[in-house]
Design a protein around this ligand. Sequence first.
Ligand SMILES: *Cc1c(COP(=O)(O)O)cnc(C)c1O
Length: 459
Amino acid sequence: MTDSGTGRTSGKAHHADAERVARRDEAVRSAVERGLLGPDAPIVGLLDVAGIREAAAALRAAFDAVAAPGTPVLHAFAVKATPLVPVLRLLREAGIGAEVASPGELALARAAGVPPEHIVLDSPAKTAEELRQALALGVAVNADSPQELTRIDALVRTTRTASALGIRVNPQLGAGSIEALSTATATSKFGVALHDEGARAWVLRAYAERPWLTRLHAHSGSQGVPLSLMARGIAEVYALAEEINRHAGRRQIDTIDIGGGLQVNFRSDATTPTYAQYARLLAEAVPGLFDGRYGLVTEFGRSLLAKNGTVVARVEYAKRAGGRAVAVTHAGVQVAVRTVYAPKSWPLRIRAYDAKGHPKEGPEVVQDVAGPACFAGDLLAQAHALPLLEQGDHVAALDTGAYYFAHHYGYNSLARPGVYGYAPDEDTGIRFAVVRAPQSLREIVAESGGGHTDALTGL
Ligand SMILES: *Cc1c(COP(=O)(O)O)cnc(C)c1O
């Protein structure tokens, strides 16, 4: 899945990866020791605060290294990757803004104190009211369609706004290896399909008629999309910006939003590709993007958080079926919906820990790691070679900081696990902070119509 030719990581990067692994092992051990994880709390999500800070710093450094001095660059974290307010606040402190795609995500970004000028709104189905609020706040908006642009026209006519406004285009590059996540296919639902008949002319006219449109946006990468294909998409967007500005006879487009979509290596602890590799590749493929004439916006999600999150669960029972060992754990579809339903596209690495939270040693045995949900396919990993898991041991699903335990799926009314951040501490080894408390049974009942018990019998 990784691009050939970009796989080399520097010694420094290796060192950072090794440190992250050491922090993770220490966090699992401490979580067991302190009872965050135990018989009555059999599953937790853990977030590596130092790792998140490092990823944010690496992202900023990568683009600073290739952009002309003084180029305004906003890195807006795609909130959907990890929609947790303390994470957004941590990123805000690290100089990262927010990309939001719903009223809920906008509310999370605002709750975290992300300033409106560091927020970008990009959903394909914004209501008139959402648009009105975004413009009133001064949040940047990328119009996804001609109809949406018409709604923005009406708002711009009647209200003053500080919002930076643009159009999202789809360079129709073709699919990556995961169809459902490929945003730049010919028939993708996102943006204005640039190669459709008349589309480019429409875009040129739309900008010519609206001097207040100053941004151009595309998000064409995702897991399974190689760097070279992403770079080709961004080269197309850059060429379009140049054409719009030539057409306008001035620098109407002052900022290009290149989206996110850097893929994550789920096969080992190596961070690859790196932001530095991607930024250098872009600088080679599209040098004009970085010469200082354009401000830049990025919208990375998965690549900032995935490797900084781990879900850890207890092995409740160990059994055998059809000659295979099966560990029945508390981590399944509720925290890993993509892996459970599409295991070939989303395999996860599993690490075995013993009952005390120490990495488990011993000869590897092919076994299944099952979740707690009542359907046969609820498997975190199938036919995985691991030290034989026993009752009371723990399993960790690695690289799950984005689009996993932060995306609870309420199957079987399984509770949302608690999420804790961890950081090294000189005195205690490791410090934890509650990011999200475990969901209580009372909350489950309330969210399941518990306040409307007689609603149906009374009809
Ligand atoms: C999902 C999304 C992102 C983030 O994608 P990642 O693959 O998590 O980096 C960025 N921009 C838009 C518009 C998105 O929909």
